[in-house]
Design a protein around this ligand. Structure first.
Ligand code: ZN
Length: 304
């Protein structure tokens, strides 16, 4: 289904061992592998001496200890969060307690749209409801440390509060879970919004950075081409949905069977939510019709 994107499913890192990934940037892999996290969450350390930590990762004392060991003798001045999923932000609290460094993020976890009556969250990799940043950041904000400067780029879609960060003076961008080298990103309502997600991809497509360091998976080296393929992949998925609906009305399970060939059974729920995300977007654009608001149990058709 994704042969059009040059995924890299190799990441030769030992969990909880610090790795020099680029000049002035270290990374530490958390030991939380899974179908949504690949080998695990990557935490990044920016700078030397006085450093920032991006995405301290899940609640895992081994990972927190590994991060603190990696910066022993240095001062953590900033803890920066790309988004509030449980594999990214809960590690902020113990790092903050240990170092006194304040946290920076767009805001607390929130869905991209109100929940419908009876709607529950279906993903294991859910939101972190406990995280509240010390400093809220907005699109275009600059976070300056000792020898490094990050520019915040609002990239909602995977979550409503997702932020990417460009490392100024370099060709690097921290892309969080918005763009990842090992897989497409999950866009699952109500946390995620496909309309926002596509707009955020279009936004990155206009940026100059060529190297992306993601929340999961290895470094993306030709980022503009990769982002263009990510966009084309989603447009292809849209076309598949419209093609299937051209043959007649369908519910989400039938659409998933028609468009996801060879799907890992563990990802069936995520595929259904991703399809719902596309249907929300297509309905908003008037390209698909349904009864009432788009929902996971709805029936979908081409408009008359
Ligand atoms: Zn995430």
């Amino acid at each position: 289904m994704s042969e059009d994107i040059p995924f890299n499913r190799v990441l030769n890192l030992v969990p909880n061992i610090v790795d020099d990934v680029a000049p002035g940037v270290r990374r530490v892999l958390a030991d939380n592998p899974g179908p949504f996290t690949f080998k695990g969450t990557l935490s990044y350390i920016i700078g030397r001496g006085k450093v920032a930590i991006i995405d301290p990762g899940p609640t895992d004392v081994r990972h927190t200890t590994a991060l603190l060991d990696a910066v022993r003798g240095e001062t953590v001045t900033h803890i920066i969060i790309t988004h509030t999923h449980r594999d990214h932000s809960p590690g902020a609290a113990p790092i903050r307690d240990a170092t006194g460094a304040p946290t920076y993020a767009e805001g607390p976890h929130r869905p991209s749209r109100p929940l419908f009556i009876g709607e529950t969250k279906r993903l294991d990799a859910g939101g972190d409801p406990d995280f509240v940043p010390d400093h809220r950041i907005a699109d275009g904000d600059v976070i300056a440390g000792d020898g490094w400067v990050l520019e915040a780029i609002a990239t909602p879609g995977h979550t409503a509060n997702h932020m990417a960060f460009a490392l100024k003076g370099t060709d690097m961008l921290f892309s969080g879970d918005h763009v990842m080298g090992w897989s497409t990103s999950i866009v699952a309502p109500p946390d995620g919004s496909m309309s926002d997600y596509m707009a955020s991809l279009d936004r990155l497509a206009t940026r100059p950075e060529t190297v992306y360091l993601a929340g999961h998976g290895d470094v993306i080296r030709d980022a503009p081409d990769f982002v263009a393929r990510y966009i084309a992949h989603r447009r292809g998925r849209e076309a598949s949905i419209l093609h299937r609906l051209g043959k007649g009305e369908a519910d989400i399970p039938s659409l998933v069977r028609a468009i996801y060939i060879g799907l890992d059974p563990r990802l069936t729920g995520a595929a259904a939510l991703s399809t719902l995300a596309h249907l929300e977007d297509l309905t908003a654009r008037g390209l698909v019709a349904t009864d009432g608001a788009p929902s996971i149990t709805g029936r979908y058709r081409l408009p008359p």
